[in-house]
Each structure stands twice: as C-alpha cells, then as structure tokens.
Design a protein. Structure first.
Length: 336
C-alpha cells in the first residue's frame, strides 16, 4: 500500500518542480538581459555579450537576447581584419541573428521589428566580404520584403543589394515601383532621383532623368525649402564634378542650381545650407567665365553669402540652438 501511494504521488511532485525550474530560468534570463542591455547602451559590447550569453543559456527561446547578442558580436567585428578572433565575432553574429529568427514566433509590433532587423543585418553581412554570397543575401532581403511588402525601407534594402551586385536593372525596377506606389511621398521620389544620379550610369547618362524627377519631388511640397535645396545640390555636383563638361555647360548647370536655390531662399531667407550652396554655385560660374570682371562679381557675391552663412551659424551657437544642417561640401572654387 505504501509503495502504491508513493508511486501515485511522485509524478504529482515532478510537474511543480519543473515549473519552478522553468520560472527560475525565465527570471535569470530577464535579469541577465537587462544587465546586458545596460552594457550595450554604453557600447561596452564585451560585457554585454557576457550577460546576453547568460540570458540565452537560461532561456534559449528568447529572441531579443539572441538578436542583441548577435548585434554585440557584429559591433566588435572589424571589416578587413582576417584574424580568427575577429572572424569568430562575425560567425557568432550570424548564428545568433539566425537563432533569433528561429525562435521569434511573435506577431506583435516588437516581434516584427526584431525580425526585420535580423533579416536586414544578415542581408548586409552576406552582401560584403568575407561572407559575400548573393543568393544568401537576396534570400534574407526577400524575406524582409515579404515581412511587410508596404514598407519602403525594406524595398530599398533589396534595391541596394542589387546595386552592390551590379544588377542595375533590377534595382531600377524597385526604385521606380516604390516611387509609383507612393506618388505623394517626396522621400520615395527622391530615392529614385538619387539612384539616377549615381555613377552607375556611364557618363552620368541618367542625370537629366534625375533632375526631372527631383523637380517633381520638390513640387510635392512647394513650401518645403529642402526639395529645392536638393535639386540645387544635384546641379552643383554635376557642374563641379562631372568630367568633360564645357565651360558653357558648367555655367548652364550653375544657373539652374541658382534658380532652384533661390526658390528655397525665398521660402526661408536665413536658410544656412541654401546660402552655402548659392555661394558654391556662384564660384562655379566664376570658374566657367573668361571675363575677369564678371568672375570677380560672382566671387564678391559668393563671399558675401559665405559670410552671411557664417554669421548665422555664430548666432545659433550664441543662442544655444542646436544647428540642424544638411550636408554641404567644403567650399570649392577660386579664392578671392
């Protein structure tokens, strides 16, 4: 009788003990994950790895711990350094990104974001040496698009992948489709224009297409100075950097750039980036002309605009206002 009773109660004791052990593992994993995140935010990735490893040891099915463990390893990886220790970081990054995907069964916003990040990083890793492999990179990028077909950032990841592997027609198809599917989105429009302005096209053969598209982009938000500014930067880049242009062509592009930047400055007269670019475009005109007097006139106006932009920057610093600027090149052109 005693033995029958013992046999009857043992299974009843095992189940609660297993539940307790599982609950303890969950607690340990969450505490380790929290500690790992503290180190991660401080960019102390070695310590973060130690804690994230504790988290996945305690709970192997924790997708966020695997993701940030992989991301910490990737942060420590140094491209071009072929030492065994360095390559281990890349291998570990891949392994934990893939494990994060395997155990991520959630369907909420956070779970989807985590999957998209892991897929994006894996696609990038396999698009570059030493792991360069188009099929693998494309597979992850395609899964990223399938995760949310309407997400333009995912589409651009796939387009960038095609560019890296010199599959230009495939990349063009994506950029055009995104722009067509989002006709009122200036960013989607601008991405297509930027694609056409890249040196993928021999002799910048698509430059006219790029500025025509960018002109339409600016018209989508006619009260936003940045659209006209972007158009002006394209004209300056073409006038200043494109090889084999005649002086007349340089002057023509500079004039078109000034026309665009004047629209931006009409909207925002104290637009620092606009003043800087008009200054640069005037310097192009000074280089293009054979008339010394005209060249000096352009330079005088360029210097005035440069000084005006410098003074506005000083005022912002004095007022303690963070300067928000678009990227502008170092001043180029003839000195005064």
């Amino acid at each position: 009788m005693t033995q029958r009773i013992r046999r009857a109660i043992v299974p009843a004791l095992v189940l609660p003990l297993a539940l307790v052990a599982g609950a303890c593992g969950q607690v340990r994993s969450k505490l380790a994950y929290k500690d790992g995140t503290k180190h991660y935010k401080l960019e102390n990735f070695k310590r973060a790895i130690e804690e994230y490893e504790k988290a996945v040891d305690a709970n192997p099915d924790m997708p966020e711990a695997h993701f940030y463990l992989g991301n910490s390893h990737q942060a420590l990886y140094r491209p071009g350094k072929d030492t065994p220790e360095n390559l281990v970081h890349l291998d570990q990054a891949i392994a934990h990104y893939e494990k994060s995907l395997d155990v991520n069964k959630g369907d909420d916003k956070d779970a989807k974001w985590l999957r998209s990040q892991a897929l994006g990083f894996l696609s990038v890793i396999y698009s570059e040496d030493p792991k360069k492999d188009f099929e693998k990179a494309h597979g992850y990028a395609q899964r990223l698009v399938e995760e949310d077909p309407a997400e333009t950032k995912s589409q651009f990841v796939l387009a960038n992948l095609y560019e890296k592997f010199e599959k230009v027609p495939e990349a063009e198809t994506i950029y055009k489709k995104v722009a067509e599917d989002n006709p009122t989105d200036a960013k989607a429009c601008g991405a297509l224009a930027g694609f056409y302005n890249k040196p993928l096209w021999e002799g910048r053969a698509k430059f006219d297409d790029a500025v025509a598209i960018l002109d339409k982009c600016a018209a989508l938000n006619p009260n936003d100075e940045t659209g006209y500014y972007k158009l002006a930067t394209f004209f300056w880049d073409q006038a200043f950097r494109a090889p084999d242009l005649t002086a007349e062509q340089k002057d023509m592009y500079a004039n078109k750039g000034i026309e665009a930047i004047d629209k931006a400055l009409k909207i925002k007269p104290d637009y620092i980036e606009g003043l800087i670019y008009k200054n640069l475009l005037l310097r192009v005109k000074a280089m293009a002309t054979t008339n010394p007097r005209a060249a000096q006139t352009y330079l005088d106006e360029a210097n005035m605009l440069r000084d005006q932009a410098t003074e506005l920057k000083k005022q912002l610093l004095t007022a303690g206002t963070p300067e928000k600027t678009d990227e502008a090149p170092a001043e180029a052109g003839p000195a005064q």
